[in-house]
Design a protein around this ligand. Structure first.
Ligand SMILES: [Zn+2]
Length: 139
């Protein structure tokens, strides 16, 4: 249980951190870029120095991205088929690029949200009161 008065674990506003993660910014300060490359989370925030290498997003960003994009694409394709019954090449010409572009757009934002969620909830190495796990050290 997180104690509100624990000086080692000050409160981390969840919604603000989540929004910063979706915005691909550091969940701590909101100023530094979360990523060095497309999906490569920086080891430390360039603005405030917060350690970000503790995240364990793993496959969750891909899972949630597929879940979100899949609902829009499948729903849209079914609605279009029901309304207009276009030829299959029209369906493919619409939904394949939207799937690709939607996934590329959402993946870093979903991953940012998951990293921010882990940070806000003191999960994994983001908890300063927890002994560091040497197997998770990036270098
Ligand atoms: Zn920062």
């Amino acid at each position: 249980m997180i104690e509100a008065s624990d000086p080692a674990r000050p409160p981390r506003p969840f919604a603000r951190a989540l929004w910063r993660g979706v915005s691909k910014r550091c969940p701590n300060c909101g100023a530094g870029q979360l990523y060095g490359k497309y999906l490569k989370v920086r080891d430390h925030c360039p603005a405030c120095g917060e350690a970000l290498h503790h995240h364990r997003a793993d496959d969750a960003p891909a899972y949630f991205t597929i879940l979100i994009v899949g609902h829009f694409v499948v729903g849209g394709a079914l609605a279009l088929e029901r309304a207009l019954s276009p030829p299959i090449w029209v369906q493919l010409a619409i939904w394949l690029p939207l799937t690709l572009l939607g996934s590329l757009f959402l993946l870093p934002r979903v991953k940012g949200a998951l990293v921010a969620l882990q940070w806000a909830l003191y999960m994994h190495g983001f908890d300063p009161t927890r002994a560091p796990d040497p197997s998770l050290d990036p270098g």
